[in-house]
Design a protein around this ligand. Sequence first.
Ligand code: CP
Ligand code: NVA
Length: 311
Amino acid sequence: MELSSKEIEKILNLAITLKKEAKQGFFRKLLKDKVLAMIFQKPSTRTRVSFETAMLQLGGHAINLSTSELQLSRGESIEDTARTLSRYVDAIMARVYIHEDLIRLARASSVPVINGLSNNYHPAQILADLQTLLESKGRLRGLKVAWVGDGNNVCNTWLIGAALMGINISVATPKDHSPLKEAIDNAKRISKETQARIEILEDPIIAVKDADCVITDSIVSMGFEQERDKRLKTFIPKYQVNNELMSKAKSNAIFMHCLPAKRGEEVTDDVIDGPKSLVWDEAENRLHSQKALLCYLLLNEDEIIKNFSYP
Ligand code: CP
Ligand code: NVA
């Protein structure tokens, strides 16, 4: 929500340049001596490793902080933590349960705060997804994305990302698992300018019709483990992405999933391991799009222009 369509376009172009040039080592000093603090209240494989690798490969450094080793675990406030970290580091990335905690962190911090996933949103993931879709289809505007499954943090962010980039999005979820009203309202508001079509449905077959890309995510997100049995009954088989459902999308449709996947639940092996699946490119693009995001946040426009030519 804090990035405009133009800014996202710039970040995606930076990401593609960085990916192309990574092997030449051109950008090894871009973030020299910059430090990123990474706070994790929840587990992570991709987010942690891609942010840490991104900082290292650009000449900076990342400090991994699980909440149990911070004074946060002993009652120091989020605000005091933010004020302290802001005196040491150049940016903070945080993965939290309660979205409001992230807002409090950002309000009290004098350095940029990046959402590394909250219960409500996962924007770093959607930058990588947009990059993957752009690389695969050569454009974003006018494409159709179908989201099938839980209307969770990744889905909420996809609604915003699609609306901003002029991508038509059809979301199919069970009735009680639709995306956040706030995300739907914002997506609809933004779409008035970008002409994106925002559709919230229950029927996955209608959602995937004519889709260029089908996306799903786990049925049981982190923090919802106590609902596991009930959710599996609600979602499977109707909201499982299998070959039969994929066959109802465009014949050249791609499949994406932010991972980790629960094979046999939200997606079958033949789809995630099949020829339409771009999940490993999508995971790789976390590295490139986050490098671009970090440059965008930590360098001024002159430094960016000096170091990159936008394609
Ligand atoms: N997609 C994603 O954010 O993965 P991790 O939970 O492994 O960081
Ligand atoms: N919706 C998932 C995303 C994991 C990257 C979760 O919040 O657990």
